[in-house]
Design a protein. Sequence first.
Length: 582
Amino acid sequence: MSRKGSSAPGAARCLPLVAMLLLLSACGRDAPLQPESGRRLPPRPPARVVNPLCTGSGQVHPGDTLTASVTWPASGNPHQVTSTVVVQPGATLTIEPGAVLCFGAGAGLRSNGGRLFARGQAAAPIVFTAYDTAQGWIGIDLQGTPSLGSQIRHARVEYVDTGHVAITSTGHLVFVDTSVVRQSGAGVWLWGRSSRLGWSRVDTTTNAALSAVELGDSARFQSSVIQSAAGVGMLIDGMTDVRLVGSGNRVEGSGDVGIRVTPMAVIGSDGSSRATVTGGQSYPIEASISQFQRLYTSTASNQDHLKGNARDTVVMLGGTLNASLYVRTGLPWHVKGSIVVDSGGVLAGQARSLIVMDSALLIAAQSGGRLQLRGTRASPLVVTAADPAHGWRGIVLFGAPDTPSSIANARVEHVDPLWTAVTALDSHAVKIDSVVLRQVGRAVSLLSPGSRLTRSRVDTTLSASSPAVELGADAILESTLIRGSAGYGVAIQSASVQVQSCDIRGSASGGIYMFVAAPVHNCNLSNYANVGVWNFDTATADVTGTWWGDPGGPTAPGADYAYGPLTYTPWRTTPYVLPYVP
């Protein structure tokens, strides 16, 4: 009794304390609101995953430095490489067919001028792998310039950690053939002159900041495949004669651009230099126009090998073209640098071709280079601006090609207000037919003999101080509608100009300004009762057969009026009907 009586009050006194301890214990299990000052939890290392190929006892290589030639046989499997092995000049490390090399974390294989001779067989490949596949190893790094190059054939190189490249050659000739490189930060970087990656597969790289394959000076990529690169599939960076050789070259499923060519890279060609780029999450290719032409040379259909990506668009870095090249239907160009078509060059387009220009860029043809941008009525070719608010700087033609440039069944638009959509100078004639020129500073300036603007529409020019259309020696304007000019419609600069029919409407400063008298017939002028034709020359110009916006002619109230020495009788009492305007 006395024991029970004494225990009851004690139990009661303990209840608040127990409850408090339980509460504090529960709080302790939650994430703290504020970490303790200076306290940092260490990162949790990846779970260890021992490669099944690396279990068992085998030969151990604790960071050897090889000064004499050594052979590692398959009988030593699995070869446990615990620290980096270095092959010094004059030495050769030979790996026999069937050998399995297991590298510890931070371990790798490096040449300082020595040679690696790893020639497996189809039935007995050599395997370079990681002891712990979660931590990986640091790959094969070949440096120096041995008298004979290194060889890696019928091999598998895998599980290189995300910060390293599986196979790198720097100044060191290496042939990597009939091999698989997989599950590594990056795949194969060939910076040893004339090195080759042939009949091989680079499969699944893990570092989005590293290209899966890099091709340096005179490197060859032959009949090989790049799959599932986290970043760029192939980077071409060599400054001498890089080549894609043979059939079957493929870049598939890249996380970034499929093929990126740096501006100074030099592409060689054997006539079959293309690669199929498909399944990527970005653009298929980024290159200058000459590099692109070298990679996809013979016909426009070669470019079909670049389709099937998230963004089927060529990123064109500009540059100079000295050969023929098409802008392929269904494969638009996003142009990020001005294009110059030089001697021997022809830039051609097709129905539904699309060229999108960044701001402050132009397309120029010079020294015999020319343009053949020809769509169809049903499917016009389009040249436009990536940013219509800022525009681009138009097409400029000069020099003297053997045949004129032509732009037909096309739309040219969104040119900077200070620039002209198409300018033809010197002796570079251009034939513009069935084209819409819209939202441009000025539409055309045809100052080269023999140029013509026919069956076209000039719709909304933006320069208040300039004509929409300027005509020089022997230029022809025919069956063209010009409307909504911020300045005036047409400027005539030569007596040999022919204006055979036109419709000029709504120009803020009038219709036709003649700085040299020239004949004008079958034109419609309706420009807010502004000047219809103003002849600044002292010679009289024949403008008979013109509709002045009123059956009563240029002197009628509300009609466009005539100014200067002009013969305007008889005039048209009804508008002329243009036969075709796009």
